[in-house]
Design a protein around this ligand. Sequence first.
Ligand code: HEC
Ligand code: HEC
Ligand code: HEC
Ligand code: HEC
Length: 232
Amino acid sequence: MKKRLGIISLFTILFLAFITIWNYSYQTGLKEAYIPIENENENILIPSEDGVFRRSEFALEYANMPIDEEHQRSLDTYYDNRAYHGAPPSIPHPVKQEMSMGGNTCLQCHQNGGFVTKFNAYAPVTPHPEMINCRQCHVAQNSETFFAETGFAKNQAPKVGVNNALPGSPPVIPHQIQMRENCLSCHAGPAAPKEIRVTHPERINCRQCHIPSDKEVANIEVFTRANTNDNE
Ligand code: HEC
Ligand code: HEC
Ligand code: HEC
Ligand code: HEC
């Protein structure tokens, strides 16, 4: 009896295995050609240009948005709010939670921008929403009276409108690109300073036509920390 049961279950197992294998090879035979990209968004090839492509979903809206002349920013106010060209701008408005890490508090307005009635201005979009500890770099503006006047002179920002080789050709990018990977955040939408707001936000691959100028970029030597440990 035991022997018979053994043989029957052996055949049952063999039969099931046959069905499974046959079914598998039949199914694979039915498959069509496929493209070996699993999820396009996870395969960012050039990380430094990642931001602008992520923001590109708004590009067409930017292109179709009417210009709100009354609430436009200009390069003057843009530069006024920075200690020097390229420095993190200070926060020109009151901040609710003094000690907040920032991420959510700040991103509710600065991730996508939009008009804020109580500040009567459009919130500029941050080029770096992933750096959530905003106030590590951005400080409130209220310390203006705290410090004595100094002779500190701002370095000159590059001029706008003179960066093209020929009239009508694409201007070179006159500034550094670090921390500015998302071109659309400063160059498109209602919070962009009017002098640098692009006529073509929908051409999202900006660096296909605009190349960085090397005037501002100096080689930085390898940084070695001076030995300050005097106890040894
Ligand atoms: C209620 C919406 C709102 C919140 C929340 C908010 N902001 Fe703003 N922010 C604005 C608006 C609007 C402006 C533009 C003000 C202007 O142009 O007068 C602005 C301007 C700024 C600027 C100046 C940008 C520039 O280019 O000069 C910085 C920096 C800034 N905010 C940082 C922050 C940080 C950091 C937080 C979180 C602690 C924060 N903001 C929270 C609406 C907001
Ligand atoms: C590591 C430092 C650092 C951190 C952290 C940081 N920022 Fe910035 N941010 C900068 C610098 C530097 C610039 C100026 C870039 C320039 O002008 O070259 C800037 C520019 C900006 C601007 C101006 C964009 C414009 O259109 O004028 C806004 C708004 C801003 N940051 C918001 C934020 C918010 C919100 C956070 C947190 C989610 C944040 N930043 C985190 C350094 C930082
Ligand atoms: C933090 C805001 C910010 C970001 C992000 C940014 N720019 Fe700019 N851009 C400016 C400002 C401000 C100027 C005006 C000159 C200056 O101050 O450097 C400018 C000038 C330019 C000009 C010259 C315009 C002219 O008429 O001469 C070009 C081209 C340009 N940017 C392209 C880019 C590209 C491409 C990117 C993305 C890789 C980018 N920018 C990202 C703020 C920004
Ligand atoms: C197909 C090529 C091409 C692409 C892609 C492109 N641009 Fe331009 N851009 C130009 C040309 C050409 C001009 C000069 C237009 C003129 O002088 O009338 C220009 C002008 C500009 C200016 C000067 C202001 C203006 O609008 O005339 C800025 C700033 C600028 N581009 C930024 C950008 C940014 C940011 C992107 C990506 C969102 C971008 N460009 C994508 C070709 C391009």
